[in-house]
Design a protein around this ligand. Sequence first.
Ligand SMILES: *[C@@H]1O[C@H](CO)[C@@H](O)[C@H](O)[C@H]1NC(C)=O
Ligand SMILES: *[C@@H]1O[C@H](CO)[C@@H](O)[C@H](O)[C@H]1NC(C)=O
Ligand SMILES: *[C@@H]1O[C@H](CO)[C@@H](O)[C@H](O)[C@H]1NC(C)=O
Ligand SMILES: *[C@@H]1O[C@H](CO)[C@@H](O)[C@H](O)[C@H]1NC(C)=O
Ligand SMILES: *[C@@H]1O[C@H](CO)[C@@H](O)[C@H](O)[C@H]1NC(C)=O
Ligand SMILES: *[C@@H]1O[C@H](CO)[C@@H](O)[C@H](O)[C@H]1NC(C)=O
Ligand SMILES: *[C@@H]1O[C@H](CO)[C@@H](O)[C@H](O)[C@H]1NC(C)=O
Ligand SMILES: *[C@@H]1O[C@H](CO)[C@@H](O)[C@H](O)[C@H]1NC(C)=O
Ligand SMILES: *[C@@H]1O[C@H](CO)[C@@H](O)[C@H](O)[C@H]1NC(C)=O
Ligand SMILES: *[C@@H]1O[C@H](CO)[C@@H](O)[C@H](O)[C@H]1NC(C)=O
Ligand SMILES: [Cu+2]
Length: 632
Amino acid sequence: MRPHIDPQIYWIYWNGAGSFFICAVPLTSSILESAKVRLVINIIHKEPTRCLRVRGILSGVVALLAFATSSLATLVHHDAAFRPDHILRVTAQNYTAACTTRYSVLVNGTSPGPELRLKEGQVNWIRVYNDMKDENTTIHWHGLTAFTAPFSDGTPAASQWPIPAGHFFDYEVKPEIGSAGTYFYHSHVGFQAVSANGALIVDSHDRPYHYDAERTLLLSDFFNKTDKEIVDGLTSTNFTWSGETKALLVNGQSRQATNATGSCQLGSISVEPGLSYRLRFIGATALSFISLAIESHDVQIIEADGHYTKPLRTTFLQIGSGQRYSVLLTAKSEEELKKLNSRQFYIQLTTLERPESLTNFAVLNYSGGKKADLRTVPSRPPLPKAKIVEGWLDYELEPLQENKGFPTLEEVTRRIIIDVHQNVSDHTIWLQNGYDRVQSFPKSPYLVDIYTGKLDTEETYERAISRGNGFDNITRTFPANVGEVLEIVWQNQGTFTNGGLDVHPFHAHGRHVFDIGGGDGKYNETANEEKLKSAHPVLRDTSVLYRYHQKTKPLEPSGWRAWRIRVTDAGVWMYHCHILQHMVMGMQTVFMYGDRKDILAQSSPVDAGYLTYGGSAYGNTTHSPVVRHYFD
Ligand SMILES: *[C@@H]1O[C@H](CO)[C@@H](O)[C@H](O)[C@H]1NC(C)=O
Ligand SMILES: *[C@@H]1O[C@H](CO)[C@@H](O)[C@H](O)[C@H]1NC(C)=O
Ligand SMILES: *[C@@H]1O[C@H](CO)[C@@H](O)[C@H](O)[C@H]1NC(C)=O
Ligand SMILES: *[C@@H]1O[C@H](CO)[C@@H](O)[C@H](O)[C@H]1NC(C)=O
Ligand SMILES: *[C@@H]1O[C@H](CO)[C@@H](O)[C@H](O)[C@H]1NC(C)=O
Ligand SMILES: *[C@@H]1O[C@H](CO)[C@@H](O)[C@H](O)[C@H]1NC(C)=O
Ligand SMILES: *[C@@H]1O[C@H](CO)[C@@H](O)[C@H](O)[C@H]1NC(C)=O
Ligand SMILES: *[C@@H]1O[C@H](CO)[C@@H](O)[C@H](O)[C@H]1NC(C)=O
Ligand SMILES: *[C@@H]1O[C@H](CO)[C@@H](O)[C@H](O)[C@H]1NC(C)=O
Ligand SMILES: *[C@@H]1O[C@H](CO)[C@@H](O)[C@H](O)[C@H]1NC(C)=O
Ligand SMILES: [Cu+2]
């Protein structure tokens, strides 16, 4: 039997000095914070985990009631009087980027879509309209997953039924205090995210770093083929690759050649001499692993995936699909600009680890001069050709504030090794521990099946532990109990056919994971523990599984990436490679945290409107949705 903790038990503990504590288990992801009441999440190994500090008896009784019912969300009719905080409209249309027209899925008519800015600690209702004629969609809040209501993660077949054409869905997102940083939103259906994406910034009142202004640089890919052609080719028995990216876009813009026909321009950001800037880089590429540098400018990394880091000076960045970095850039003074005899500097972007590498440019433009030239593409790259740096920042990047919750090796309750390799049978697929997983598996979303009782979480766990090394091959999930401390190792292997290797930026939904490094060959716990002695692991939601060789023997372990996580948030969390082609080819897994009771305790009773495709939680022109308010 798996241990089970009853979420209805509350401890009352008097500290003898005017305040007492009410404690409950297990953890939920909600944080309640106000002047009088402070809900503290204190992750101490299977002990009471959720405590409320209260002053005085009366406010104590009120708080206890509020606390005990905090998981019972309310049902609200979102009629014409309801005003969402943000609206996103998803369409599919012919759209021109990089001087080429392509049928693309867009948010609010552009790619990238509009930048969203959310505030820490605030509930945001984001209404997403699917204005397409015949395609489903969902929107995922990349990096913010743990701060969404149970059906609001935006993962089809995992956390929700997709939004049918002509319908809309109200997502509830509440960024936690302390989560200020750089994120993005994107569709999680098929290949839509190649263009259906946009920046998402979480703001807070206080910033640990000073800067005068900030700029967002969202990086994305441009493919000639349509989403449908790409998906059909990748999933066909007659496997056809998507082709390589035709352009690296910076905020949707790129120009391939000075003599290109069309009005496309180089992406650009403008700065004023002498000021300091926070540049937020977002890796929203479908495929490309990008190395990026700015002519004549060094920068300091201060944030990775929504977490502030100690400043780290660098001349280049390496950004995988799904990763984000903020850097500080000190703009040159007028004098320095005179010496350099330029007010315009190229940002050079190069794809790494592809058969043919592509180099594209954007422009850093200083104000006060003549209008920037955004049509001249350098005939020869101004900076040296970028090379891959394997294990870039590993064991080197440090959190700004010491991570109190970092799980030591002794605390790890279970290690899960996930072997990944490509296989070619009737299809070309990517496998995790021998199994692929695509959107059409399972038939209904895991979370829905847990609510309806169709998916038995206890049985899944038993099977995974007793015969699957942590993996259940029936549901194709990795189940874990709340309170477990997992070490997850992504182990690269040579392809079954010819031993080929590839690079994969692995992304975790749900709580961020402590990245404990990566290396060549096979994971060796002893050797890595030595390296960790002098390291201060950072929390990430996406990190890169490198290939250290082009090729090895078939199924030979070659390259690994390891994470640690304390399992706190009950739910269904996708862990997957963020390369869209690889996802379509099966490189997706699901971690199922907590059992049915833990999951239901989060929002039960749930309205049936969430449990069917196009159910009453989904609105359309004649029907206003009936929605659970989870964070109220
Ligand atoms: C998206 O477009 C809709 C109307 O088309 C508008 O109401 C909404 O404000 C836009 N969203 C953002 C984030 O700009
Ligand atoms: C998009 O462009 C293609 C090629 O020019 C054309 O065949 C198609 O009808 C267009 N689609 C829409 C919706 O305009
Ligand atoms: C939309 O999603 C539903 C439910 O998963 C599925 O049955 C249907 O085939 C999907 N439609 C398309 C066009 O993919
Ligand atoms: C991509 O499409 C454009 C416009 O149709 C065409 O000019 C170009 O040759 C195509 N590139 C490749 C590599 O297919
Ligand atoms: C396989 O796909 C390629 C590229 O799309 C095409 O040229 C070829 O005719 C296809 N072969 C078969 C047997 O369908
Ligand atoms: C642009 O110039 C390059 C290099 O001279 C040449 O290879 C290419 O064909 C030209 N493209 C067009 C559209 O004229
Ligand atoms: C570059 O700076 C000049 C001077 O301030 C300004 O006129 C121009 O619009 C800027 N161009 C871009 C692309 O930012
Ligand atoms: C799951 O694994 C077991 C034991 O390894 C095996 O007997 C069974 O056939 C597998 N089931 C599926 C559906 O792959
Ligand atoms: C693992 O690393 C340790 C320490 O570096 C080394 O002594 C040991 O031989 C390695 N184990 C394997 C299986 O390579
Ligand atoms: C709108 O939603 C309601 C309730 O879910 C449903 O009965 C109706 O068929 C939907 N209308 C359209 C046009 O899909
Ligand atoms: Cu991959």
